[in-house]
Ligand binder design. Sequence first.
Ligand code: URA
Length: 203
Amino acid sequence: PVRAVAAMADQAPDSLEALNALIRRSEPLVPGATQAVLGEGPPGAAIAFVGEQPGDQEDRQGRPFVGPAGQLLSRAMAEAGIVRADAYLTNAVKHFKFEQRGKRRLHQNPTAGEVSHYRWWLERELDLVAPRLVVALGATAVLALAGRAIPVTRARGPAEFGRGYAGFITVHPSYLLRLPEGAKEEAYAAFVADLRRVGDLAR
Ligand code: URA
């Protein structure tokens, strides 16, 4: 059904509302998600952030980056002088994929096939938002934006995604959450430094 909807829409939707209406109606590629989590932020935002996929909290609340990784991202943005409400935030994959373990829903990484399935939405979404700069947060976002796997550690910094906006590659905030205590502080500072550069590049 999702593919059918996408094919129907090959005359690309000409507004974010129209695109979002399509995404909302689409079935998750992998069953289980409560709802599609759409991008959030003003069209015309100077900076768009692209994450991986909604997590447990995002799936429940229907908003991107509201769980632990999102809170860390918000804090780092504020420290770097980027106003979250002025930026556009979205994900490469629009539905939460998880493995149920008792009461817990454990996040599962999307496959390359799933990323490529959702790429159609992401490209149209970013064309409609028309930011000056698109920030890929982590490897899945890089795969979605560049169309091929590029190691984040090697490509970290300004990037070219071959569309009408400048690109930037940095780590995903959930990577910072998973680091051992002794490594967190330095990695977080490097992330904030990346976001400062992002702010400068988007001016
Ligand atoms: N991680 C993501 O990549 N996106 C979200 O929205 C939340 C967590």
